[in-house]
Write a protein that binds this ligand. Structure first.
Ligand SMILES: Cc1cc2nc3c(=O)[nH]c(=O)nc-3n(C[C@H](O)[C@H](O)[C@H](O)COP(=O)(O)OP(=O)(O)OC[C@H]3O[C@@H](n4cnc5c(N)ncnc54)[C@H](O)[C@@H]3O)c2cc1C
Ligand code: FES
Length: 270
């Protein structure tokens, strides 16, 4: 543990992958190891601009390289998108609680992602695939705005060897042969023993809200629905109170929660 918890570790940018017009993946090599569990987050700082939280999208078993997939939405992420290979960023963390993989063992896994929300879920997919025999069937249902907004396109064919995958886009184009509509549409015909299935959801708040409602409508018990919550954060250390949701601090008690913990708390999707 560092003496000053706000002091970041420098990390060199090794590779930059353009995933969509507004989303890039940054492969970072921290100058000190930053082991993380899938679903935990880090605070990433860009020199002269500030810091923002991101959940690594990479394989937690790779201790030397951390990948962050970031959408360009504001000041820090715009600065990050300007960064070139060979430059450095700062990382502090990891923080929070990740996915409780032990509780997922022996169960079916239904992963539901929207947009850049597939980033934390990709790390989860790597972790699941590294011990694929521990789980029953794995499903991925992923939606993006348009075919050009689908991230990790080159990885689906490999994942398909072990994962039942269905994709949808809100708006197709001339080359799109898949489903058109919101991602919750892909859940309609899901048929498994719901008491032995966990669903893990990550995406924009409105998508998380409607996916959770749909999963409840299908009969998923609230404790079998896991959500990665994205709240405004500052310290990341459970001290400033910025990320408070009901009695929880998302940075410390989350960002992964099951819906039984959050049900009944007002404004969780804001
Ligand atoms: C635990 C956690 C994990 C996260 N993981 C990821 C990740 O893996 N990849 C990723 O791209 N983002 C992730 N985010 C969101 C990311 O932290 C924000 O996008 C980032 O803080 C924005 O900082 P900024 O300075 O660029 O934008 P700001 O200048 O702070 O914000 C600019 C505007 O964008 C809006 N905005 C902020 N976030 C989003 C968003 N996600 N989508 C659309 N509009 C937004 C704000 O409301 C504001 O109006 C995560 C957030 C949390 C809390
Ligand atoms: S970000 Fe400060 S308490 Fe959570």
């Amino acid at each position: 543990m560092r003496k000053n918890p706000y002091q970041p570790v420098e990390a060199d940018v090794e590779e930059i992958i353009a995933e969509s017009p507004v989303i890039k993946t940054f492969a970072l090599r921290p100058r000190e190891e930053i082991p993380f569990a899938t679903g935990q987050f880090i605070e990433l700082s860009v020199d002269g601009i500030g810091e923002a939280p991101f959940t690594p999208s990479s394989d937690p078993n790779n201790k030397e390289r951390i990948e962050i997939t970031a959408m360009n939405v504001g000041s820090v992420t715009a600065g990050l998108h300007e960064i070139k290979k060979g430059q450095a960023v700062g990382i502090r963390g990891p923080y929070g609680k990740g996915y409780p993989l032990n509780e997922f063992k022996g169960k079916n896994i239904l992963i539901v992602g929207g947009g850049v929300g597939l980033a934390p879920l990709r790390s989860l997919i790597f972790a699941l695939l590294s011990q694929v025999n521990d789980y029953k069937k794995i499903y991925l249902r992923y939606g993006a705005k348009t075919p050009g907004d689908i991230i990790y396109k080159d990885q689906f064919s490999h994942w398909q060897e072990h994962i039942d995958i269905e994709l949808s886009v809100d708006k197709g184009d001339s080359g799109w042969k898949g489903r058109v509509g919101v991602v919750t549409m892909l859940l309609e015909n899901f048929k498994e023993d719901l008491n032995n299935t966990v669903s893990i959801v990550c995406g924009p708040p409105v998508m998380m809200k409607f996916a959770t409602l749909k999963l409840r409508e299908l009969g998923f018990p609230p404790e079998n629905i896991y959500l990665s919550m994205e709240k405004n954060m500052s310290c990341g250390l459970g001290k400033c109170g910025h990320c408070r949701v009901g009695k929880y601090y998302v940075c410390k008690d989350g960002p992964v929660f099951n819906y039984a913990q959050l049900q009944g708390i007002p404004d969780i999707w804001d």
